[in-house]
Design a protein around this ligand. Structure first.
Ligand SMILES: NC(=O)c1ccc[n+]([C@@H]2O[C@H](COP(=O)([O-])OP(=O)(O)OC[C@H]3O[C@@H](n4cnc5c(N)ncnc54)[C@H](OP(=O)(O)O)[C@@H]3O)[C@@H](O)[C@H]2O)c1
Length: 288
């Protein structure tokens, strides 16, 4: 039996009627002040979830919270923290202790592109702290709670670029970790009734992709940015079906299959030369 929503919101996926009972009533979404994370908050509240929204920009989170509370009869808890800091993810764990959390969306992420050596070491460490350390810590402490409940799920937001990608070296390595952690935990958590899905999107319209496309002077038309709605709807269906990995959209999905079928040395060579072409003259010159 499916629950179809009549709403002016973007078209939602058809999900089982017990979706909220199994994965709610509370969901924690990191990186919810914009892009994919904010869309997770929007879609989950339409399905009746109460949400904990986490990011650094408090004003954006407050605006989103006010909008969601006004539209839906749900509770929204704002946690404005820097997940690159240990007390950031610890605050999320502590401030949600009393909530019945059934779903964790490990989405917050930082991107870096260009030559590995052009970036300050602090930028690489910051990326690792957000994309790897905070995501693992939350998967551990919140995942343990979800496992004790005996039902629920974790969505890890990785990337199509989770294989070694020159010029995106630290980013792609961090996403390799996220994919690997998600797939391993999926096996460990299955007997506990916890679903784990790894979302590996291609290019999705967001602040992050807009910023690097601008920086690299990518022509908008050539790079099909998927709307966040489509990306998040696909992830919601995946977690309900307990799909292991999901890459929304046929173009991105085809890329996964093609790149995945190649030996690693060849895929590194191909993605390396494609990425290098994408770099603007200034950053390429700096790297040489
Ligand atoms: N857009 C794409 O094409 C694409 C493709 C593949 C994968 N992804 C992944 O999708 C996820 C979401 O990205 P997006 O595309 O939606 O980009 P986005 O709009 O830039 O969202 C990134 C989110 O992460 C939060 N964040 C960043 N650093 C943080 C920190 N130190 N502490 C707490 N929160 C932090 C940001 O909030 P604050 O700035 O307010 O802290 C923001 O809410 C990321 O993991 C990204 O790697 C995106």
């Amino acid at each position: 039996m499916s629950l179809a929503r009549t709403t002016k919101e973007p078209k939602l996926p058809r999900l089982p009627i017990d979706f909220r009972t199994r994965f709610g009533p509370w969901a924690i979404i990191t990186g919810a002040s914009s892009g994919i994370g904010a869309e997770f908050a929007r879609q989950l509240t339409i399905f009746g979830f109460s949400v904990v929204i986490v990011a650094r920009r408090k004003q954006k989170l407050d605006e989103l919270a006010n909008m969601l509370i006004k539209k839906h009869a749900v509770q929204v808890k704002v946690i404005a923290v820097d997940l690159a800091q240990q007390d950031g993810w610890r605050t999320v764990v502590e401030e949600t202790e009393q909530l019945d959390v059934g779903l964790l969306v490990n989405n917050a992420g930082v991107e870096l592109h260009g030559s590995f050596f052009d970036q300050r070491v602090e930028s690489h460490m910051n990326l690792i702290s957000v994309n790897v350390t905070a995501a693992s810590a939350l998967a551990h402490d919140i995942g343990l709670r979800i496992a004790k409940r005996g039902s629920g799920g974790i969505i890890f937001v990785s990337s199509l670029s989770h294989r070694p990608t020159p010029w995106w070296a630290t980013y792609s390595s961090s996403k390799s970790f996220v994919t690997s952690l998600g797939l391993a935990l999926r096996n460990e958590l299955k007997p506990k009734g916890v679903h784990v899905s790894v979302l590996e999107p291609g290019l999705v319209k967001s602040e992050m992709s807009d910023a690097w496309m601008r920086d690299l002077s990518c022509p908008d038309k050539k790079w099909n940015q998927m709307p966040v709605e489509q990306c998040v709807s696909a992830a919601m269906v995946a977690i309900v079906h307990n799909d292991a990995q999901i890459t929304p959209g046929w173009r991105s999905s085809a890329k996964v299959h093609i790149i995945g079928a190649l030996p690693t040395w060849l895929s590194v060579k191909i993605t390396g030369s494609a990425s290098k072409k994408c770099m603007n003259a200034a950053s390429v010159n700096n790297a040489e």
